[in-house]
Design a protein. Structure first.
Length: 349
């Protein structure tokens, strides 16, 4: 037997592969649930009801999915051009930090309709800088951006901790490391009253649609795809290779920084060390589950959020550790990688 690349990839396979990957991950995780002495179907029913069984559950799932959509888009944009951005977590926190810095005093006295976009821009610019620097090191000195972006995550987290224990510390926090709150004009309005679901969800979905349009219908989208698919051929065809990668880095880092700004403005209202539930790292899983498709990122993020929110309900009902959600998400990534492989290759006798 030999493995050969598919000349014509069936479009139905692009839809079937992620579904099969998720079903395989749920089946494998079901073995662990069964070993815990719990009925698998009943456990998964509890998980689904915990994520979508009530108005509160649905809004919590969508609130959890909002930052995952944006960080998933950040990873998808970068990976499509073969920029291995593992630093979305640090870019997320830098975006949240800068949005908080400009939002807790409202220096210019801007009204809400002007202050919110200004804080979005501040967060996006912070994220851009945090990815453009590693990309510059790669283009100039050949430094692997996987290493630099990953290590910058720890640098940023330590810097944020320093700021929370120093200049930005809330004097009313009773020693808890958190910043002073953002002014009311800088907070995102709620979509549904008395829930945590906020305007960030609509912004995240709009961003996914915009990225899809850019990828499918613009010259920049084609140049980014060419730069990632075959750099040598892209340069030969006249694609401005380095400038294209810089643009991609600005877009990817900007999205990750925007995710941080959305989270701090929509949910917390102030910066803290636990702002992110590993949204930057989980965004990579979301992007891979979606096969780097911007529209697919929306559904992959909702699925991932469903696992985390529903696992808490399943844990309360059956005593199963809520970490089973991490297992399912991790298995989903591994099975998706296998599905992607067989989507691109086939076995010949």
């Amino acid at each position: 037997m030999r493995i050969e690349r598919r000349q014509n990839q069936p479009k139905a396979l692009l839809i079937v592969a992620p579904v099969l990957a998720v079903l395989a991950a749920l089946s494998l995780a079901g073995i662990l649930i069964a070993l815990a002495g719990v009925p698998v179907l009943a456990a998964y029913k509890s998980l689904f009801v915990g994520a979508f069984g009530s108005k509160f559950a649905i809004t919590e799932t969508l609130t959890r999915a909002t930052p995952l959509i944006v960080t998933g888009l950040a990873a998808a944009v970068a990976f499509r051009a073969r920029i291995w951005n593992i630093g979305a977590e640090g870019q997320f926190y830098m975006g949240a930090l800068l949005a908080t810095v400009f939002g807790f005093q409202n220096f210019l006295g801007l009204p809400s309709f002007a202050l919110i976009p200004a804080l979005f821009l501040a967060g996006a610019l912070a994220g851009m800088v945090m990815l453009v620097i590693p990309l510059g090191l790669r283009l100039r000195f050949g430094v692997d951006e996987v290493v630099t972006t990953l290590l910058l995550n720890f640098v940023v987290l330590l810097f944020v901790s320093m700021m929370l224990d120093g200049p930005m510390k809330d004097p009313l926090a009773f020693g808890w490391p958190q910043s002073v709150p953002i002014v009311d004009e800088g907070l995102l309005p709620k979509i549904i009253e008395r829930t945590r679901l906020h305007l960030g969800l609509i912004i995240a979905i709009a961003a996914a649609v915009l990225i899809y349009v850019i990828n499918a219908f613009t010259v920049f989208g084609l140049e980014a795809k060419a730069a990632g698919f075959n750099p040598a051929a892209a340069k030969f065809a006249g694609v401005p290779f380095q400038m294209t990668l810089i643009k991609v880095a600005c877009l990817s880092g900007g999205l990750a920084g925007l995710a941080g700004a959305i989270e701090v403005m929509g949910v917390k209202g102030q910066l803290s060390n636990d702002l992110s539930a590993s949204f930057g790292y989980t965004g990579i899983v979301v992007a891979m589950l979606a096969s780097l498709n911007p529209i697919g990122v929306i559904f992959a993020a909702i699925f991932t959020a469903m696992m985390f929110v529903g696992a808490e309900s399943m844990s309360r009902s059956f005593g199963i550790p809520s970490f089973i959600a991490d297992v399912v998400v991790s298995l989903s990534l591994l099975t998706m990688l296998v599905a992607i492989f067989f989507s691109n290759y086939r076995i010949r006798k």
